[in-house]
Design a protein around this ligand. Sequence first.
Ligand code: ARG
Length: 253
Amino acid sequence: MLALAACGSQSTSGSEGGSKNEKLVVGTDAAYAPFEYLKDGKIVGFDADLLKAVMKEAKLKYELKNTGWEPLFASLKSEQVQAGISAITINDKRKQTYDFSSPYFESINKILVKEGSPIKGVDDLKGKKVSVQNGTTGQDALEKKFGKGDANVKKYETNVLAIQALLNGEVDAVVADNTVVDEYAKNNPDKKLTVVDDKTNFESEYYGIAFPKGSENKKKIDKALKTVIDNGTYSKVYKKWFKVEPNLDALKK
Ligand code: ARG
């Protein structure tokens, strides 16, 4: 409750004719560039732009709210928010509690280390201190490999803090989504970081928009998402943020 009150929100009208005129509250954790982050107090990023396009197509009014990561899931469960967009990986564990849109982005975890680090893959993380954002698939992947109670896995409330821990020398590596660590390393050359991938230990993942179980909005949003993918709007948003064409076939799996 407190976390919600302390965080910012912004409104965007998808269209004049939203059903009933009610605004959907969509939660996010705006500390995960380039998907969602704060710029001059506004939530911006690929997810923010995609959501805008989808909601316009679905003719739904909404408000994007910076709830934070773990509070977002609690708020979906209690239906204080009607949807969540936050680079959220669709997986079986989450599907037990939430509904998801069709996939809109392919992702995989990667390891961020300092230049010259001997870490070349997940196996090298054994006995090393590794930071993750609490409750992410990065944490799941490490727990699967090294067991649940591994004291070397340091969990932070945001991914920004997880990266900070690497910069401070508190940890030897960060595990987070490829696009996020790639962008961070590229945009901060002065920090001298390297990104390590490991396709044997990390699995391909897909992001989806999350809903409370049984939400009537899922159908409308899936339909609108399909339209924006088919009519080129998705590609436009994708190119704005990633400078390359998306592989749309990857979403059709
Ligand atoms: N894709 C990962 C997951 O679902 C990490 C997402 C973190 N997103 C964020 N906005 N902090 O667990």
